[in-house]
Design a protein. Structure first.
Lengths: 514, 377
C-alpha cells in the first residue's frame, strides 16, 4: 500500500522546539500528488521552520517525513534535492551577472572534457519553457530582466532538476498584479502536469484562487486543513488569526479640510535610467483625507516619494507643506516641519537594523532636547522610557522589549515600530509607502486602522500602494500613476478595480484635476 | 545545583565583552603557538628560550630598575600605536576602513617635527600641528569618499605614499649633515619635548616617558564615551551600520563621513607627535616604506575587539611582543618574528566572529539540554 500512496510528501506530527518557543507543535501537512496545497499562517506562525525541517536545515524533535508513503530522513538540503523537492525562495537566489540559462544550469552543468555543453541544456530549458508557458529569454542577464522573469527562471531551475515537489515561498510578494495572474496560471499548469505544489502565503484571495486545499498554522500550532471549495476568506482568516478580522476597512465619511501638501509641476530624475521618473506632477493632499497613489511598481511612485521626503532632489516644480515652501529644504527640515514618512524599504531606510528597538524609535527625534542634553549626551533613561511607552501603546512585540536588536524582530513588528515612530511625531502629513507589504492579515488590519485614525483626527495621509484591494478600501481619493505621470483621479466609490487597471496599464488616461 | 552552575557560567559567557576578551586571548595563544612553531622550524634548539624572551620583554633585565626603564620604552611606543589603533577603530564605527592611518601618522610626524625643528615652536603647538595635519589627510579621504564615491582604502593607500615622500622632502631641511636622520629635538628645541610631569622617576629616569602615555589612554576613554553616550556617536554608528537609514532620518551622512575621517586622521597624526616629540626616535628622510605604526594599529584595534578600552590592552600587548622580539639572538632568529606573531594574530582576529558564533551555539545547546533535563524531572 505504501507504493501507491496518494501523498507526494507527508510531514506527520512534526514538533520543533527552539529555546523559549515551540516553533512547530505537532504539525501535520500532507501534500497530495498533483495538488496545489496552500500553507497559511501569520508571520511567526512556523511556516518557515516547517519548510526548513523539510529541507533538512533543522531536525525535528518529533514526527516523521514520508515521501510516497515511505519514511525518509532528510539531514541536509542535498537530501531534499535528491528526493525531488525544490523551492522558489521569496528572495531569489540568482547570480545577477549570469544569463538566465547559466543560472538554470548552475550546479548541474553538463560537462564534456571540461567544457560546458550548453546546447543540450538550452534545448531542455526551452522545451520546459514551452511546456509550462514560462516565458524567459535564456540569454538575458538576470540584472536586466523583470522580477517576474527572474521568478520564472527560479521555477525553471526546479523543473530543470526534475523536481516533483515544488515549494513557493510567498511568491507573489514581489510581483505586479498582471504577473501574479500569470504565476497563478503557471502554477495551475504545473499541477495539471502532475507536479505537487506547496504554496506558502498569507494572501487569502490568492489562496482561494489557486489552491486545492489549505493547511493553517497559528503560533506554531496546527489548526486544520480545509478544502478550498468548502471554505471562504472569512473562515480562513479566522483560522489564521484566531478571531474575526475585518478584511475591508470601514471608515466614516468626512469632508476634507485645508490643503496640507501642495505639489506643483514636480519633476524628479531617475538615477537608474537617466531620465525623469516623475514628470511634471501636480496634486494636493488635504486635511482629513487619505489620498492614494496607485500604479504598477516602477511607474515613478518611489521617486515621487523620494522627491517629497527629500531623499532625491526635484529638478523642477514646487512643494508646499502647510503653506511653507519645502522644495529645497533638507531631509531633517522636512522631518521636523510636519512630515512623516513610512518608507518603502523598511530594512534599508526605515531602521538601523543593528540598533536596539529603543534607539530606532528615536531615530527621528534623538536630537530633540527631550532626548539629548546640552553637551550632546544622549538621555538614555528618557529614550528607554519613551520606547517603553510606544511599545505599550502600539503593541510592538519583541524578545526583550526596548533593548531588543531590531534585526531580531519579526517583519510585522519592525513595521509597527516604524509606524509608531512616525505617527507619534504627530505629523501634518503622513506618507506611507506600501506599509502593509509582506505583512499578515492581523498586521494589515492594524496598520489600516492607524492610517484611518490619522485621517479621522483631521490629518493628511498620502498612501502609495500596489495592492488594488487596499487602494479601494481605505482611500478617499485615488491618483493613478503611469510612467511618471498622474493619468487619472478617481473617487473609490465611483470606480472599479477594472477601470483602475486600465489606467494603471496605460490603456487609458485623463487629465488630473488636482 | 548543577543547573545553577551552568546558568551562572552561561550568563557570564554570553556577555559580549567576555566573549571578545576570550576570543582575543584565543587569538593570542594561537598566534604565539604558530610563532613558536616558526621558531622551531628555524632553529629548534633555542626556540623555547626565544619565545620566552619575546614574552618576557623587559623582564629579561635582572634588576627592577632596568626592567622599569625598559617597560617605559615599551609604553613610549605603545602610546602612538594606541592612537593609530583608535584612529582605525573610530573610523570603523562609521563603516570606514581607515588604512590611511599610516599616512595620517606620517603627516602628523612631519608637521610635529617641522614645527619643532624648523620653526622652534613649543610642544603644545607641535601637537596641534600634528593633529591638524593628520586630520587634513583624513579630510581628503573623507571628501573623496563622500562626494566622488572613491573607496577610502584606495585613496588612503595612495595618500600614504604621497605623505611619506612629502614629509621626507619637508624634513630634509632639518636633518643631520652626516646621517639621514632629523636632528634631535631635545638638543635643538627642548621646549618641544613633551613634559613628563615627573613620570620619568617612576620608570628609573626614563626621559622618554611623557604625558603622551596617559594622554593616549585618556583619549581612548573619551572616545568610548563619545561613541556610546553622545548624539554624535549615535549618528556616527548609525551612518556606519545603515547609511540609507541615517540619510532617511535626516542625518548629514556625507558630513559625518568627513568628520569621522578628520577625527581618525587627527588621532593618527597625534600618535606620531606622541612618539617624535619624546625624542625617542628620529625621522629618517631617506626611508622608502611607510612606517608600520599605522598598519600595526589595524592589528591592535581588531585584537581589542574594536572597542576603545580593549584597544588599550591590545596595543600594549602588540608593542610588548614587538619590543620583546628585539631581545632575540639576532644570529639565529630574525627580530621580525614578533611581527610574524602579530601578523598571525591579525589573521586570527578574523576568526573572532567564528569563535563567538561557536560559543553562542554551544551555549544554546547547553540551555536546550538543561531544559530537557528539567522537563524529564
Amino acid at each position: 500500500m505504501a507504493e501507491n500512496s496518494q501523498y507526494a510528501i507527508e510531514m506527520l506530527n512534526i514538533t520543533k522546539r527552539f529555546p523559549g518557543i515551540i516553533a512547530n507543535d505537532n504539525v501535520t501537512v500532507q501534500l497530495k500528488k498533483g495538488e496545489i496545497h496552500a500553507l497559511l499562517g501569520e508571520n511567526g506562525a512556523g511556516k518557515s521552520t516547517l519548510m526548513s525541517v523539510l529541507f533538512g536545515l533543522y531536525q525535528a524533535e518529533e514526527g516523521v517525513i514520508k515521501k510516497d508513503g515511505k519514511v525518509v530522513t532528510i539531514n541536509n538540503p542535498n537530501d531534499a534535492n535528491d528526493l525531488g523537492i525544490g523551492m522558489v525562495h521569496q528572495h531569489f537566489k540568482l547570480v545577477q551577472c549570469f544569463t538566465v540559462l547559466d543560472n538554470i544550469i548552475l550546479g548541474v552543468e553538463t560537462v564534456k572534457n571540461g567544457f560546458l555543453q550548453k546546447d543540450e541544456a538550452r534545448k531542455k530549458v526551452m522545451a520546459l519553457s514551452d511546456k509550462y508557458g514560462l516565458k524567459v529569454d535564456p540569454d538575458a542577464k538576470i540584472e536586466d530582466i523583470t522580477v517576474g522573469m527572474q521568478q520564472r527562471t527560479e521555477i525553471l531551475k526546479m523543473l530543470y532538476r526534475d523536481n516533483e515537489i515544488l515549494i513557493f515561498d510567498e511568491p507573489t510578494a514581489v510581483l505586479t498584479p498582471a504577473e501574479i495572474d500569470e504565476l497563478m496560471e503557471i502554477m495551475k499548469n504545473l499541477a495539471k502536469e502532475g507536479k505537487s505544489i506547496l504554496f506558502i502565503s498569507h494572501k487569502l484571495a490568492e489562496i482561494m484562487a489557486v489552491a486545492d486545499r489549505c493547511t493553517v498554522l497559528r503560533r506554531g500550532k496546527y489548526i486544520g486543513t480545509v478544502d478550498i471549495k468548502d471554505t471562504n476568506q472569512d473562515e480562513l482568516s479566522r483560522m489564521m488569526v484566531g478571531r474575526d478580522v475585518q478584511l475591508v476597512a470601514t471608515k466614516e465619511d468626512k469632508t476634507p479640510g485645508d490643503v496640507i501638501l501642495h505639489v506643483e509641476n514636480m519633476t524628479v530624475p531617475s538615477k537608474l535610467h537617466h531620465n525623469n521618473a516623475v514628470k511634471n506632477v501636480s496634486f494636493d493632499v488635504r486635511e482629513g483625507e487619505i489620498v492614494c497613489i496607485a500604479g504598477i511598481d516602477g511607474n515613478g511612485q518611489t521617486e515621487l516619494v523620494y522627491g517629497l521626503s527629500g531623499l532625491e532632489s526635484c529638478t523642477s516644480g514646487k512643494i508646499t507643506l502647510c503653506g511653507k515652501d519645502i522644495t529645497h529644504a533638507s531631509i531633517r527640515e522636512r522631518n521636523t516641519s510636519g512630515l512623516s514618512h513610512i518608507p518603502e524599504d523598511r530594512h534599508k531606510h526605515g531602521l538601523v537594523m543593528d540598533y536596539s528597538l529603543a534607539y530606532n524609535l528615536v531615530l527621528q527625534r534623538y536630537f530633540e532636547p527631550e532626548f539629548s542634553g546640552k553637551l550632546g549626551f544622549l538621555k538614555k533613561k528618557e529614550i528607554f522610557d519613551y520606547a517603553d511607552k510606544l511599545i505599550e501603546q502600539y503593541d510592538i512585540r519583541s524578545g526583550q522589549g526596548a533593548p531588543t536588536i531590531a534585526r531580531s524582530m519579526s517583519g510585522g513588528n519592525q513595521q509597527k515600530a516604524i509606524i509608531a515612530r512616525e505617527i507619534d511625531k504627530n505629523p501634518d502629513l503622513l506618507i506611507a509607502v506600501q506599509p502593509t507589504r509582506g505583512l499578515d492579515v492581523g498586521a494589515i488590519e492594524y496598520i489600516h486602522k492607524q492610517l484611518i485614525a490619522r485621517r479621522d483626527e483631521g490629518h493628511a495621509v498620502l498612501l502609495v500602494s500596489l495592492e488594488l484591494e487596499e487602494v479601494m478600501s481605505i482611500s478617499d481619493r485615488i491618483l493613478v500613476m503611469y510612467e511618471g505621470e498622474i493619468v487619472g483621479e478617481f473617487d473609490p466609490g465611483k470606480t472599479t478595480p477594472e477601470e483602475l487597471g486600465l489606467y494603471m496599464a496605460g490603456a487609458k488616461r485623463k487629465e488630473a484635476s488636482a | 545545583m548543577a543547573s545553577n552552575k551552568t546558568k551562572a557560567k552561561e550568563s557570564f559567557l554570553s556577555k559580549p565583552a567576555v566573549q571578545s576578551i576570550l576570543a582575543a586571548l584565543l587569538c593570542i595563544v594561537l598566534g604565539l603557538l604558530l610563532g613558536y612553531i616558526a621558531l622551531l622550524i628555524i632553529e629548534p634548539k633555542g626556540a623555547t628560550e626565544a619565545i620566552i624572551t619575546i614574552l618576557k620583554n623587559y623582564f629579561t633585565y635582572p634588576t627592577k630598575a632596568a626592567a622599569m626603564k625598559y617597560l617605559g620604552n615599551t609604553l613610549v611606543k605603545a602610546a602612538p600605536l594606541l592612537m593609530c589603533a583608535l584612529s582605525i577603530q573610530f573610523c570603523y564605527q562609521a563603516g570606514l576602513f581607515n588604512i590611511g592611518a599610516a599616512g595620517q601618522y606620517v603627516a602628523g610626524a612631519g608637521a610635529a617635527l617641522f614645527c619643532a625643528l624648523k620653526l622652534g615652536l613649543p610642544w603644545i603647538i607641535c601637537l596641534l600641528a600634528a593633529f591638524v595635519a593628520g586630520g587634513l589627510f583624513g579630510i581628503i579621504v573623507g571628501f573623496l569618499k563622500s562626494y566622488l564615491n572613491v573607496n577610502e582604502v584606495i585613496s588612503g593607500i595612495m595618500l600614504n605614499w604621497i605623505g611619506l615622500y612629502s614629509v621626507n622632502m619637508l624634513l630634509s631641511g632639518v636633518k643631520e649633515t652626516a646621517s639621514p636622520y632629523t636632528v634631535s629635538v631635545a638638543s635643538v628645541n627642548p621646549s618641544a619635548i613633551l613634559p613628563s610631569l615627573g613620570m620619568e622617576k617612576l620608570f628609573s629616569n626614563n626621559k622618554y616617558v611623557t604625558i603622551a602615555i596617559p594622554l593616549a589612554i585618556l583619549i581612548a576613554i573619551l572616545l568610548k564615551v563619545v561613541l556610546s553616550k553622545t548624539v554624535f556617536g549615535y549618528e556616527i554608528k548609525a551612518t556606519g551600520m545603515a547609511k540609507d537609514a541615517a540619510r532617511y532620518s535626516g542625518m548629514k551622512e556625507k558630513r559625518n563621513v568627513i568628520i569621522t575621517l578628520f577625527i581618525g586622521g587627527a588621532l593618527a597624526g597625534l600618535g606620531a607627535a606622541f612618539l617624535f616629540l619624546t625624542g625617542y626616535e628620529q625621522w629618517s628622510v631617506t626611508q622608502s616604506s611607510v612606517p608600520s605604526m599605522g598598519f600595526n594599529g589595524i592589528a591592535a584595534s581588531f585584537l581589542g575587539g574594536l572597542d576603545p578600552i580593549g584597544t588599550i590592552f591590545a596595543s600594549y600587548f602588540i608593542q610588548h611582543i614587538t619590543s620583546g622580539g628585539s631581545y632575540l639572538d639576532k644570529n639565529i632568529y630574525p627580530s621580525q618574528i614578533s611581527d610574524f606573531i602579530s601578523a598571525i594574530i591579525i589573521y586570527l582576529c578574523g576568526f573572532v566572529l567564528f569563535f563567538k558564533l561557536y560559543l553562542n551555539g554551544y551555549l544554546r545547546k547547553l540551555k536546550e539540554k538543561e531544559k530537557e533535563e528539567g522537563g524529564k524531572k
